[in-house]
Ligand binder design. Structure first.
Ligand SMILES: [Zn+2]
Length: 351
């Protein structure tokens, strides 16, 4: 255990003050959708992992039993860019990786999200806190995870996807008011972009495993967790498609149809394109548009994200999303596309 670095604590506080407004909105409005969604993802993953049989009691009962067993054996461990703060030792004893390796992965996730967002960060150091009953949640300084995300329920692997997903919310939500205008309310963009963030970190880390100092055990642990996560997203995508589900920005299934398309684009055309996608959610681009000034409708939200993806990948994805009956305003798409393309390809200078 190392003492808190005074300077990083100070930077953290300063950043926190600066983005207080965004975080306040973030916490208040995002939570219900997010919590609901994560319960869904948890149910999906446990089914895939084949451990549903272990969850015979109510969630509350299981958590209470685990919590009483946790006692006071808490520990704070710090990496370069992340820490587990006042965290049950049990988490680490359940894991099949050493504390040092776990921190190296959470450090890598932080750095990878920073790369995805072109250096724009919500905080200089990510704190992982414990909250027994949550699966995953955001805090102003980082994230919280609880008993359902412990390694014991994941074959000894930390829930890497959950951790990156939660931080993914913060990297969008803690850095941009324009993101709020576009993404709130509803899970459509909030959840799809958080899922995307997690998968971006996975691919970025394994593609650059030497830079992130990943060894075989870390790589295999990430792969285990993200393979299951991908299967779950694919299943949800198929459920959306097979049922002929109508587009509904308040329905998580619609956001999952979008996130799975984004995973496929990353796999097919390259994950580095997502460093351009994030630019289209920065505050700097907001003033170039008028559509959002009277609020953002479903068709505007849908058209915007399709224009962003098309501009970032230099491909017209409208037909693919029309197949999923995502609404598209072609005139608006044309205007958005030009502005986004210009902005994301010259944004380097604004950094
Ligand atoms: Zn989420």
């Amino acid at each position: 255990m190392e003492p808190m670095s005074k300077s990083s604590d100070h930077i953290d506080r300063t950043l926190r003050t600066l983005k207080k407004k965004y975080v306040a909105v973030h916490k208040k409005r995002m939570r219900p959708w997010h919590a609901w969604f994560m319960v869904g993802i948890f149910a999906g993953m446990t089914a895939i992992a084949g451990i549903a049989a272990n969850l015979s009691g109510s969630f509350e009962g299981i958590f209470a039993a685990r919590l009483s067993g946790a006692g006071k054996s808490l520990v704070t461990i710090k990496g370069k860019y992340s820490e587990f703060y006042n965290f049950p030792k049990r988490f680490f004893s359940e894991a099949n990786l050493s504390q040092k390796k776990i921190l190296r992965v959470t450090d890598a996730q932080y750095l990878s999200l920073k790369k995805m967002h072109n250096g724009i960060v919500p905080y200089a150091f990510a704190r992982v806190e414990y909250d027994a009953s949550v699966y995953g949640a955001t805090t102003p300084q980082g994230i919280k995870i609880g008993d359902p995300a412990f390694p014991k329920l994941n074959n000894g692997h930390p829930r890497w996807e959950v951790m990156a997903h939660e931080q993914g919310h913060n990297f969008f939500g803690g850095t941009s008011a324009f993101y709020y205008t576009l993404a709130v309310p509803g899970p459509f963009l909030q959840e799809s972009l958080a899922v995307l963030s997690a998968f971006y970190t996975y691919h970025d880390i394994i593609e650059n495993s030497r830079i992130y100092q990943m060894d075989g055990t870390m790589f295999r642990s990430l792969r285990y967790d993200f393979d299951n996560g991908r299967k779950y997203q694919e299943k949800q995508f198929n459920a959306y498609g097979i049922a002929g589900t109508p587009f509904n920005e308040y329905d998580v299934l619609t956001s999952q149809a979008l996130d799975y398309k984004m995973i496929l684009f990353g796999e097919k055309y390259g994950w580095q394109n997502y460093t351009k996608v994030t630019k289209a959610f920065e505050d700097g681009i907001a003033e170039k548009f008028d559509f959002h000034r009277d609020g953002v409708s479903g068709i505007e939200r849908s058209t915007y994200v399709i224009a962003v993806l098309s501009a970032a990948f230099a491909k017209d994805f409208r037909a693919e999303f029309a197949e999923l009956h995502f609404p598209i305003d072609d005139a608006l798409y044309g205007k958005m596309y030009g502005i986004i393309r210009e902005y994301i390809n010259t944004a380097e200078a604004r950094k």
